[in-house]
Ligand binder design. Structure first.
Ligand code: GDD
Ligand code: MN
Length: 361
């Protein structure tokens, strides 16, 4: 005889699992079929407006040379590019190395975080188009600036960001592949809900400052631009490479998750201000996926363990299915991401990591 309690627990367990996996799979498949043809934005003839490229740095001596060389290798008139490096009192040779180039260097005496530094640079930028870019990233396409300017030439577009590919293609790759599809789909529908500091181009008139209490400066800036009813697009022609930490991978992923959690908690409060109906749905789903969905997994695990202890047959079968599914890298990546999101929410309660330790890359 199965007791009522076990039946209730089993139904709850199966509902939770279905919801936890079902919604993201549905969202992914929906986005996969949504690709808008962006060609029309790319191939128009453009003038070359002045573009200010801002590189925030804190102890980037290993990367800064490659970073500046990479920007200078772009197909865009050099006299139409203003490179601004904003350094928050690095203790290494970052500034010394950058000084050898024709780069505007802004120094801060005290480190007050990336967003604070970006604001300082923004106030000193002359371009009508701004691109922010992390020192440890590279742009694969030599036309990245030009393409983003082409897009921004359109009145309805306020910002453009890259999709990301890692140099190191281990676990990060399967995570990225999933997420890039979603970024491109969301962009086709209206706007991406997440933007990347490795390449984030925008019209200065629509963004006067970055929020200094928010880790995800990039995504929140993108979101603020969409509140003007402008689109913010992740573009597949603009690919960023970034370094994945050799040490401290776990901490890095948790910090990034913390920043996303902070961002979606604020973005959801803007729900009523969002004018585009589709983007409203995007924010709602992403809020659910980042803040609520991970807990459904945790709850399922607890219920599952309880039922296993009672030697419940169905839960044993479910457990075996779960173990077999771990063969798939996507499943493992997924579960790891849920763990990061849960830890992130807890950690945000006592340390938001607005100023963070550099991981060794
Ligand atoms: N000026 C300044 N001051 N720059 C900083 C500071 C600071 O206090 N802290 C970090 N930076 C710079 C780094 O030197 C680098 O160029 C860039 O900001 C990004 O920092 P990383 O240490 O590489 O962080 P990440 O790769 O994990 O950051 C990613 O997530 C962040 C939000 O979670 C990127 O996408 C960032 O753009 C994003 O802000
Ligand atoms: Mn980085």
């Amino acid at each position: 005889m199965i007791s009522t309690l076990i039946v209730i627990l089993l139904i709850t367990l199966i509902t939770l699992i279905t919801l936890h996996i079902g919604l993201p799979i549905f969202y992914y498949l929906y986005m996969k079929n949504k690709e808008e043809d962006f060609e029309k934005y790319i191939n128009n003839e453009i003038s070359y407006p002045l573009v200010s490229i801002i590189i925030p740095t804190y102890n980037e001596e290993k990367n800064i040379k490659d970073k500046i060389d990479d920007i200078l290798s772009q197909n865009y008139p050099k006299d139409k590019i203003e490179i601004i490096l904003v350094d928050s009192n690095s203790t290494d040779k970052t500034v010394e190395i950058a000084s050898k180039y024709n780069v505007k260097i802004l120094k801060q005496e005290k480190r007050m975080g990336k967003a604070n530094a970006l604001n300082y640079a923004l106030a000193n930028a002359k371009g009508e188009i701004i691109i922010i870019t992390d020192a440890d990233s590279k742009w694969v396409n030599k036309d990245a600036i030009k393409i983003s300017v082409n897009f921004l030439n359109n009145k309805k577009i306020g910002a453009v960001t890259c999709i990301k590919k890692q140099y190191d293609e281990k676990i990060e790759k399967s995570y990225r592949d999933l997420y890039n599809v979603i970024r491109l789909g969301e962009s086709s529908i209206f706007s991406t809900s997440i933007a990347h500091g490795e390449f984030f181009a925008f019209k200065k008139e629509y963004l006067t400052n970055f929020d200094e209490n928010m880790g995800a400066d990039d995504s929140y800036a993108s979101h603020k631009i969409t509140l003007n009813n402008l689109r913010s697009l992740a573009v597949k022609e603009i690919i960023c490479n970034e370094l994945v930490p050799k040490k401290g991978y776990f901490h890095w992923r948790v910090r990034r998750a913390q920043h996303l959690v902070q961002y979606f908690s604020v973005a959801i409060k803007d729900y009523k201000k969002i004018r585009n109906k589709d983007y409203k749905k995007i924010i709602l789903v992403e809020y659910f996926l980042h803040l609520i969905n991970p807990w459904l997994l945790l709850l399922s695990i607890f219920i599952g363990i309880y039922l296993l202890l009672l030697h419940n047959l169905i839960s044993i079968i479910l457990f075996i299915i779960f173990l077999v599914s771990l063969i798939s890298k996507t499943v493992r990546t997924w579960i790891l991401t849920q763990i990061f999101l849960i830890i992130a929410q807890i950690k945000n309660l006592y340390n938001k990591e607005i100023i963070w330790e550099k991981e060794e890359k």
